[in-house]
Design a binder for this molecule. Sequence first.
Ligand code: PMP
Length: 459
Amino acid sequence: MAPVQERSRCFNFSAGPAMLPDLVLDKIVGELGDYDGLGMSILEMGHRDAGGPVQEVLQEATDCVRHILGVPSNYAVIWQQGGAHGQFAAVPLNLLRDKTQADYVDTGVWSRRAMNEARKFCTVRVCAELREEGGRLEVPPVSEWNLSDESAYVHICGNDTISGVEFLEDLDLGDRLLVADFTSTLLSRPVNISRYAALYCSAGKNLGPAGVCLVVVRRDLLDFALPQTPMVLHWKAAAETSPIPSLANTPPVFSIFACGHVLKGLRRSFGDVGTLDNVKRRTQRRASAVYKIIDESNGFYINKVASAVRSQTTICFTFGRDATVQRQWTGSITDTVKPTDLEEVCFEAHCLDIAADLRGFMREAKQRRMNGLAGHPAFGGIRICLYNGLPDEAVDEVLRLLRDFAVAESGGLEKICNCKVITCLDTCSRSIKAIKEEHPTASPTRSCLEHNLRPMPVL
Ligand code: PMP
């Protein structure tokens, strides 16, 4: 297969599986057919061969995780299957001990998914949730969390990829056991591991391709798994296999092999010392460039997340004209963002071009070879994911698209109706009336006149 650089690559902004660096892909492809000149692929080799290639690959990836994250020796590092959803169940099974309840912070869909799974094993208390204050979405400070001494642990989602809300600092919960879903934030910044009882990260974003979940857990907590814990989710069973951990059953060799390459690539690109400090600097620089355009667009783009918890990796925003649209997600992972009935009507009426913004942006993105920018079906709008594998040129491209689109569209209607305001107003007022009749609960807010008077974004 031709090296990646020679093929025509598009820029993939998807929330996961996310883009892998070209060099990493080339290394994987290069080594896959014949591992280390042995005449066999790593995918054909046994994990029970003590000290053999598969164990070597596993050990090397684990060592890389320990090195990059600075995992203290009193923490086990294991690889399990079942993704983050597996760990949503593994957390209560391994950590409830003699308790029957746990505290969860609700910052979006992924927190709720974790809670739904935990409810199968214990009582779930929502100890804090995302709230809207002065038009901004924020997470209450820990001092306001309603924590219970009867709860076995406190669970947070490090970065909710759907609401775009992220914990940018490691919280200090004292003696309480803090557990974090780090699926979409691990490897974007340094982590003070000792603040956590356990953290887990399903691959598919910064860590590597999907198919495996990394778990880092304090060793003194390994002895408490409930008797009914399935072996594949049992942290101690994975931590204590010999001669190395994570051999409780056949490991997902390809995923771990690929994650190992991603981790080695990170050390190469960002330095062996302070790797994640350097990654963090790049992550912050890229995210703030995107937020700057959103914030200075005069409401053309809207992101309501307070700056203290604004996601640095998954930036979610809607179009200003989309502000009143409430979306419903069926919960199906195959769902895509579709224009709502209201948007369809508006689009047909050329009146409120809410749907036109979404469609127009996506059309333009496609022409510029950018993929994966559609927001999650539960949120709509656009989501720009800035995972580590995304090159800086892709970020420059998307910044250009954001600017060009806002500037072109803020005069959009003028283009459609050639600024015949009277005719346009007339059409619009009739259309709005029709829309209101058809959708009594909807509140279309913009007329052509408002549109034409709207200030141009300052970009
Ligand atoms: N948690 C977060 C924050 C996620 O973004 C995702 C997936 N996008 C998951 C959990 C679910 O991971 P998996 O599909 O591997 O179970």
